[in-house]
Design a protein around this ligand. Structure first.
Ligand code: 2M8
Ligand code: MG
Length: 280
C-alpha cells in the first residue's frame, strides 16, 4: 500500500500542526513497508522539517502537485535510474508547475483591481503569517519560501471571490482552496503528481501496489479521484467535499491526525482480513 497523504488538517492538526494522535498508525505503516508520501500545498523547506520529525525517507509532492521530490538515497535503494529529472542537492525533481514569479506577475497584470481584496504570502511578514496560521515565525518563513504558487488570504466576500477566480482562470491560472487560503497556480494538481509517482512505484518496486490518498479539502479532490482507495478526513473548517468517483470513499468521523489514525487502522485490518481470505 502506497500512502499518499495531505498534511495540514489531515496528518497534521489544523491548529497545532501536531501528528501525535497518528503516531501509532504511522509506525505501523513503517513496519508493514507502506511508504508514506506527503502530498501537500506546503513548500520544500516546510516538508524537509516535517519529514525529519516523522522519520521519513520517502519521496514527496510539494505545492499542490507542482513538483515531486525523489531522494537520491531512495532511488538508489530501488536501483531506479532518474531519466529527464532535474538534479537538486540530495534530490531529483520532476517539475509540473511554472515559477511562482509567473503567477505573481499574472496577479499584478490581470487582477490589479482585486488587489485590495486579498493579501498574498509575498506581501506578508513572517509574523503576520504566523499570526494567521498558528505556525511559528520560523515555520512561517519556510512557508513563504515558495517556488511554484502563491497562496492568498481572501478579504472580500464570496461574490467577489467568484469574480476573481473567473478573471484568473481566463488568464491561465487555476485557483484552488486549501484549509485557509486560495492558491494561485497552474494546471498541475495533486492527482497528476500522484499518478506520475505511483506509476513509477508500480513499475520499479517489487510487489502488488495499491494507492490510498487521504485529504481534507478541495485541493485534495484530484488525488482522491485518482487513488485506488480515497479517504476523506473530516475538516475543521468546511463540510466534506463532493467527489465524482464511482469507487467508494472512506470518511473519518474525527478530524486531522485522530481521523488519520482511525481510518488507517480500519484499512490495515481490512487489508489483513482480505489477505488472510486469499490465503485460505
Ligand atoms: C497553506 O496551505 C494550507 C493547506 O490546506 C491552506 O491553504 O490553508 C500552505 O501554503 C502552507 O505552505 C502553509 O504551511 C499552510 C499553513 O496553514 O498554509
Ligand atoms: Mg489539508
Amino acid at each position: 500500500l502506497a500512502v499518499f497523504t495531505d498534511l495540514d488538517g489531515t496528518l497534521l492538526d489544523h491548529y497545532s500542526y501536531e501528528f501525535q494522535p497518528a503516531k501509532v498508525s504511522v509506525f505501523l505503516c513503517y513496519e508493514l513497508g507502506f511508504p508514506i508520501i506527503p502530498c501537500t500545498s506546503k513548500t520544500f523547506k516546510e516538508i524537509i522539517a516535517i519529514r525529519t520529525q516523522l522519520g521519513l525517507g520517502t519521496p514527496f509532492i510539494v505545492e499542490n502537485g507542482a513538483a515531486v521530490f525523489l531522494p537520491k538515497k531512495w532511488l538508489k535503494e530501488y536501483l531506479i535510474v532518474p531519466v529527464g529529472l532535474v538534479e537538486f542537492g540530495e534530490f531529483y525533481i520532476k517539475e509540473f508547475g511554472q515559477p511562482r514569479s509567473f503567477w505573481l506577475n499574472q496577479l499584478k497584470q490581470y487582477a490589479n483591481d482585486f488587489a485590495h481584496l486579498y493579501k498574498g504570502f509575498a506581501q506578508m511578514t513572517n509574523s503576520e503569517l504566523a499570526e494567521l496560521t498558528g505556525l511559528s515565525e520560523k515555520d512561517a518563513e519556510k512557508a513563504k519560501l515558495r517556488h511554484y504558487s502563491e497562496p492568498l488570504h481572501w478579504l472580500g466576500d464570496a461574490c467577489q471571490k467568484k469574480a476573481f477566480i473567473k478573471r484568473m482562470r481566463e488568464n491561465g491560472a487555476t485557483i484552488i482552496e486549501g484549509g485557509r487560503f486560495l492558491h494561485v497556480c497552474g494546471d498541475e494538481s495533486k492527482g497528476v503528481a500522484l499518478n506520475w509517482l505511483f506509476n513509477l512505484i508500480k513499475h520499479e518496486l517489487p510487489g502488488n501496489w495499491l494507492s490510498v490518498a487521504l485529504g481534507d479539502s478541495e485541493n485534495d479532490s484530484t488525488m482522491l479521484e485518482q487513488a485506488d482507495i480515497a479517504v476523506q478526513i473530516k475538516s475543521m473548517t468546511h463540510p466534506f467535499i463532493t467527489l465524482e468517483r464511482s469507487k467508494g470513499v472512506m470518511r473519518s468521523t474525527m478530524p486531522g491526525p485522530t481521523g488519520w489514525h482511525e481510518v488507517m487502522m480500519q484499512l490495515i485490518s481490512e487489508l489483513d482480513n482480505h489477505h488472510i481470505e486469499r490465503i485460505k
